[in-house]
Design a protein around this ligand. Structure first.
Ligand SMILES: Nc1ncnc2c1ncn2[C@@H]1O[C@H](COP(=O)(O)OP(=O)(O)OP(=O)(O)O)[C@@H](O)[C@H]1O
Length: 938
């Protein structure tokens, strides 16, 4: 049997199929082509088996073709013992009609067409077995199969790729690699021998075919293999790699080989297909062919014998090499084991390092969280300190200024008062003195005049009396003269006496005149003292003038003080601006969306059902809440008596326990209200299950709404002295069953006005155009407005809450501030939202309107959760489903825009609500982890 095989490579080096034709010739007058679906070594083997069985039951058609590929191992294939001929053909040369069968028809060789005709008789098969058995025995005695004996021969003859793929010739890989070298002399020798052998056989077959009386020719359409391969060779590339690939093929057509010396050698190793030639011109002289084959077999046997001797030493040599390779392999195994050990150590180390890394990561995460917490704490502290400092500074400045101003004013007023008092005192004193002096002078003058007049009168009276007396005397003396001339003398004497007395009287008159002169002199002195007094008055007036100058100086000083007050006010203004910036930076650092958790206290009737809620860091900063449950009461757990409860820990920006009050809570959010005054959008909303205290927190009498309003009006008043004037406007709406109601109009009119939300994307503002706007100028007006809204809001008694809010209420305060000094304008909004409570339908057992409301509430809250989830995972440009509900549409810019948002998650303290509570806290955690855009001033 001759089997030739060949691999065919295309120009890209990919393997191409070849067709196999298996020819079994038993009876020269009845050649059989046995079907062979040889796709693998096993298939070829089984083809052989079927060859045998076909001897008993030969198939019609006799010729079949199949394809197999280079990577499929092909068993050896070169031996023959005169009875079989297997040829492998290039697929292109394979005759379309099955080759041999048509050839058989052409040659008129009787080809059995039915199984009965082609059946090979049992004795003939036995005879064949008998022929095969000595050979089989011979080869099996040497420990190998029939083919095994040919192994060294074939191994050495086969090109490397065939060796590598042949399982029959398989040895150790080291041997293969050794033998695969084309420089191997043994291989080269055998490679040279085989074509010679082939050619001998070929020649004989051709001669036999020429002499044969009947010849089988391949149809003209089938080109001879040599022709085809020649055509191929002419276009084959000559690169080294393609050469190498070709050298790996067995049976490559010689004409397709490149011309290099090595290629010629290799081509010699890959033999030309004699069968191809014979197929193209098939000499169906079966007898001659069998003889040729037998002869060839004999030659092969001889060759094998010589080869056996030759390869004995080679085998030894190879075995020695094998031993050496085995030793090497043992060494390399050892090394491999060592390496494996080292690798496993390394893996262990990596595992350790990984766990270290995880620990480290965990540690660093904890540290980072601690650090963040500490930082946040510090920030809060810093903020509080800076706020306190600012307030202290402002207070100090203010009090200093007020003190200084009051001091100056007081001093001035005191000085003024003193001065005026003194002036008045001086004036009145001097007036008094003047009056007194004038009075005195007048009295003195009058007295003197009176005295003078009296004295003059008395003197006149005296003179008159004296005159009368003198007259009387003279008369009497004359009488007496006459009578008493004598007495004249005496009278003269008396006259002399009288004259003396007169002189005395004249002296006395002089004295009186002197007294009058003295009195006049004293009047003069009094006049001079009056003049002195007047001079003093003038001096006082000068002093008064000086005081006036001093007063004007002080007024000037006061003007300066007022100017410095303006400067201080400006400084205060700047500090206020700086404070605002710092305040908002701190707010931004705290995050533009913050979450506070509030646990309401249990009612008296609920004390027996209180859940296990802890506040681990209560005394420090109150950021964590820990609750136990709900219990996992699975059927299995119940059955096994293992009902488990889980502890949940949540952390928020702040956690308020049941003892906290609204004042304490407002202390934490007042900064946000301040932000609204500073021109920011602020949104504060309460979320939680029904009856958890949302309305209490937001809209009770001392809730966040009234407190925020108070703060706004108080701060606006305080800011007036810094030049700010604020106008406040309020709106109040509710979203009930996805309808917007204006809470500032009578509830009966709800249906009359259809309110819609408008999105002003330019300004980043949401408005409700027809909503009532109220101007608010005091806390009182706001209180009135809140009362109206509370009266109109949709509430109803539910199982969970006697007065449950059945709608989301939104209180909108718009704050517009203008600074007359700096011309600055601020416009902020404060949205205070009391959401309707979520509730489980199963728990609420609502029906009718309540059921409809509950479904609507739950739907809009679910939309809120969707929006928060989308925001949490959003990348730029992601769609956020704001428009899925009126609530989320209304809150669009508060949740995802330029707003500062605070969410209160209100929770119930009761055990029966624990799973709802855990859900609320999970949602709140999601909100807490959501990043919204940076708030911008409007
Ligand atoms: N912190 C608190 N201190 C005292 N009582 C409270 C507190 N929180 C809530 N309550 C009381 O609990 C009850 C329910 O509170 P509230 O109506 O505020 O709940 P809600 O969450 O607004 O409910 P719904 O969603 O049904 O409107 C009220 O009677 C309220 O006075």
């Amino acid at each position: 049997m001759v089997v030739k095989e060949r691999w065919y490579h295309d120009y890209n080096g990919h393997e191409q199929p070849v067709k196999v034709r298996v020819l079994f010739v038993y009876n020269p007058s009845q050649p059989y082509c046995l079907p062979c679906s040889a796709r693998s070594k096993e298939a070829i083997k089984s083809a052989f088996v079927s060859c045998r069985s076909d001897l008993l039951q030969p198939s019609p058609g006799l010729l079949s073709s199949s394809r197999y590929y280079k990577h499929i191992e092909v068993p050896f294939v070169l031996f023959g013992f005169g009875k079989f001929a297997i040829s492998v053909m290039d697929s292109e040369n394979f005759p379309p009609d099955g080759g041999l069968s048509s050839a058989s028809l052409q040659s008129n060789v009787p080809v059995p067409m039915t199984p009965s005709v082609s059946r090979i008789p049992q004795p003939a098969f036995k005879a064949l077995q008998t022929q095969l058995s000595p050979l089989s025995k011979r080869h099996s005695s040497s420990g190998a199969g029939v083919l095994g004996d040919l192994r060294p021969e074939i191994t050495n003859m086969a090109p490397p790729k065939m060796q590598a793929s042949s399982s029959v010739m398989h040895r150790s890989s080291t041997m293969k690699s050794n033998m695969s070298s084309y420089n191997n002399p043994t291989y080269a020798l055998n490679a040279a021998r085989i074509p010679a052998l082939d050619q001998t056989i070929e020649k004989r077959v051709l001669t036999a075919s020429r002499t044969s009386s009947t010849s089988y020719r391949k149809p003209a359409t089938t080109a001879p293999a040599t022709t085809t391969t020649t055509a191929k060779a002419s276009v084959r590339p000559k690169s080294a790699s393609s050469i190498h690939r070709r050298t790996g093929s067995v049976g490559q057509p010689a004409m397709s080989r490149p011309n290099s010396a090595q290629d010629v050698d290799i081509c010699a190793g890959g033999r030309i297909l004699p069968v191809n030639t014979s197929v193209s011109n098939p000499p169906w002289d079966v007898k001659g062919r069998l003889e040729n084959m037998e002869q060839r077999f004999e030659e092969l046997l001889t060759l094998m014998e010589s080869q056996k001797a030759l390869s004995g030493s080679k085998i030894d040599e190879l075995q020695a090499k094998v031993v050496a390779y085995e030793t090497d392999r043992a060494g390399s195994d050892l090394q491999q084991r060592r390496l494996q050990d080292a690798a496993s150590e390394l893996q262990q180390r990596i595992r350790e390092l990984n766990s270290d890394l995880q620990d480290e990561k965990r540690r660093s995460r904890i540290e980072r969280e601690d650090l963040e917490r500490t930082l946040k704490l510090k920030l809060d502290e810093q903020e509080r300190l800076s706020r306190n400092n600012e307030e202290d500074i402002i207070r100090q400045h203010k009090s200093e200024f007020e003190l200084a101003e009051a001091g100056y004013r007081r001093q001035l007023e005191e000085q003024d008062a003193r001065f005026v008092e003194e002036m008045n005192r001086f004036k009145s004193q001097s007036e008094e003195e003047k009056c007194q002096l004038i009075h005195q002078i007048k009295i003195a003058e009058r007295d003197l005049k009176e005295e003078y007049e009296n004295q003059q009168q008395s003197l006149q009276v005296e003179i008159n009396r004296l005159h009368i007396a003198v007259e009387q005397e003279r008369e009497s003396s004359q009488n007496v003269i006459a009578k008493l001339e004598e007495d004249l003398m005496m009278a003269q004497n008396n006259l002399r006496d009288i004259q003396t007395k007169l002189e005395e009287e004249y002296g006395r008159g002089a004295l009186l005149r002197k007294t009058i002169d003295e009195q006049a002199a004293s009047s003069l002195s009094m006049e001079s003292s009056s003049r002195t007094l007047q001079m003093r008055i003038q001096a006082l007036e000068v002093e008064l003038k000086n005081r006036d100058v001093k007063i004007s100086e002080m007024q000037q000083f006061l003007g300066q003080a007022l100017e410095s007050e303006v400067v201080i006010k400006e400084k205060l203004l700047k500090e206020e601006t700086l404070r605002r910036i710092l305040h908002n930076q701190v707010q931004e650092l705290k995050g533009n969306i913050r979450v506070f958790c509030r646990v309401r206290p249990p009612h008296q009737s609920e004390l027996s059902d209180v859940a296990d809620i802890k506040y681990p860091d209560d005394s420090i900063e109150g950021r964590e809440i820990e609750l136990t449950g709900p219990s996992n009461e699975s059927a299995l757990g119940m059955a096994m008596g293992t009902v488990t409860t889980k502890t949940h820990v949540f952390a928020f920006d702040k956690v308020f326990g049941p003892r906290s009050n609204n004042q304490e809570i407002f202390g934490e959010i007042s900064q946000l209200v301040q932000s609204a005054l500073d021109g920011y959008n602020v949104c504060i909303f309460c979320y939680g299950q029904t009856g958890s205290g949302k309305t209490y927190t937001m809209a009770s009498e001392d809730g966040m709404i009234p407190r925020a309003v108070d703060q706004i009006f108080n701060t606006a008043t305080n800011l007036q002295e810094k030049g700010w004037t604020y106008t406040v406007q309020g709106q109040f709406l509710e979203i009930y069953n996805e309808t917007i109601n204006d809470l500032l109009v009578c509830a009966d009119e709800f249906d009359k006005k259809k309110l819609e939300i408008r999105n002003d994307t330019k300004d980043g503002k949401i408005t409700v155009p027809d909503l009532t706007v109220m101007s608010l100028d005091s806390q009182e007006t706001v209180a009135k407005m809140l009362k109206t809204a509370a009266g109109n809001r949709s509430v109803a008694a539910t199982k969970a809450n006697e007065r449950s809010s059945r709608s989301h209420s939104v209180f909108i305060l718009t704050l517009h501030g203008v600074n007359a000094t700096t011309q600055e304008i601020r416009e902020g909004t404060l949205n205070l939202i009391d959401l309707a409570g979520s509730e489980r339908l199963s728990h609420s057992q609502s029906t009718g309107d309540r059921l409809k409301e509950t479904v609507s509430i739950n739907k809009s809250l679910s939309c809120l959760r969707d929006v928060i989830t989308a925001l949490g995972s959003a990348k730029d440009g992601n769609h956020i489903p704001y428009r899925n509900s009126k609530l989320t549409y209304l809150l669009q810019y508060s949740l995802g825009g330029n707003s500062k948002t605070l969410m209160f998650v209100n929770i119930s303290p009761l055990k029966q609500h624990i799973s709802e509570t855990v859900n609320s806290l999970r949602f709140a955690t999601k909100v807490n982890n959501t990043h919204i855009g940076t708030a911008r001033k409007r």
